[in-house]
Design a protein around this ligand. Structure first.
Ligand code: AHN
Ligand code: ZN
Length: 340
């Protein structure tokens, strides 16, 4: 080998070496948990695609912009049509249950449960659900004159739906082989207002979920498990292991809380028991449609345990926080993408 060929050879050898080193370094931040996430388990590698909290935020804002989604109102009709259109856009087979439900005060509600199905043929199924209606009365308002007006329902109603719409978008981009059913239940929030003194006996909360649990969209519907998202968008939200969730679905409850921590969201998923909360997962559990977990924000800093803005006019977009949406959305996605 001539001298200048030798120099060229050595040069190429060094250049190739440098290229290798730079390629290795550009891969170091791939597929590990985000470095911004506090206290994450760095040995855990996320399998699910990235949940986009900007997208979830926008889906909440769009719902809120319709106005309060109270059954029988124009805003309710428009918001319902929007949810059907989005689920279709994201590749789900959409069916609707339209039914008339009687309230504690004898009003007939034109209610709709909105159901998006992925892989209807699959036997292994996961049910993801949230309520999409908003409370017709701000009964937790301090000012009595404001209590009879409906709430914006950004967190209570909007947040669970917004997170599930973003999961639907991701399911369309990165399809799973298992079956996924997304249900937006109506008429959850029509419980008798706390300012009324004459208590009317009956189950006035969760009426859409009760209807579906008794009359599922497919006969003998069963899912391996279910996850309910209720009030999952507020800043510094805390999620405790809710009573019925532990009673009916302890394994999946443990799995969700463990994965939440491993992904770096341990400040949201608190490893402690919470109270029993009447919510849409109760009829779903009681009728054995799916052992179901409720991810619901509770805190000790308010009178009722659901945060100061709960069932008030303050439940608007200003309470919604993208870090919370990300924590919940990514954790739920991790649970379902691990099923593959
Ligand atoms: C009760 O207050 C009995 N259950 C809470 C369920 C709920 C209302 N979730 C949102 N709004
Ligand atoms: Zn509510």
């Amino acid at each position: 080998m001539k001298l200048h060929n030798k120099v060229l050879f050595i040069f190429l050898f060094i250049a190739a070496g440098l290229l290798l080193v730079s390629c290795n370094s550009c891969q170091t931040n791939k597929s590990t948990v985000q470095s911004s996430a506090p206290s994450s388990d760095y040995s855990y590698e996320q399998v699910s695609p990235e949940f986009n909290s900007d997208s979830a935020f926008l889906y909440i804002k769009t719902q809120v912009d319709f106005g309060p989604r109270v059954p029988n109102s124009a805003a309710h009709k428009l918001a319902g049509d929007y949810l059907v259109a989005k689920l279709k856009e994201f590749g789900a087979d959409v069916t609707e249950q339209k039914m008339v439900l009687k309230t504690y005060d004898g009003i007939s509600l034109n209610a709709r449960n909105i159901i998006g199905v992925y892989n209807s043929e699959s036997k292994k199924r996961v049910l993801l659900f949230a309520h999409w209606d908003t409370r017709p009365f701000a009964d937790e308002e301090a000012d009595k004159s404001k209590r009879t007006q409906p709430i914006p329902g950004a967190n209570d109603g909007g947040s669970g739906v917004g997170v599930l719409l973003e999961i639907a978008r991701q399911l369309n981009l990165s399809p799973l082989n298992i079956g996924i059913d997304i249900i937006f239940f109506d008429a959850e929030d029509w419980g008798q207002p706390s300012y009324e003194s004459n208590h009317v006996p009956g189950d006035w909360w969760c009426m859409g979920a009760q209807y579906w649990a008794e009359n599922p969209h497919t006969p003998n519907y069963r899912a391996n498990y279910g996850i309910l998202l209720d009030m999952v968008g507020a800043s510094n939200a805390t999620f405790y292991k809710e009573g019925y969730s532990v009673q009916y679905a302890s394994n999946i409850t443990e799995k969700i809380w463990q994965l939440g921590s491993r992904l770096g969201y341990g400040s949201f998923f608190i490893n402690k028991r919470g109270g029993y909360i009447t919510d849409d997962h109760v009829p779903v559990n009681q009728f054995h449609r799916a052992p179901s977990v409720n991810i619901i924000h509770t805190s000790e800093d308010s009178r009722h345990g659901f945060g100061d803005f709960w069932h008030t006019h303050n439940d608007d977009m200003s309470v919604i926080n993208k870090s919370t949406l990300k924590a919940v959305g990514q954790t739920v996605m991790e649970v379902i993408y691990l099923e593959e």
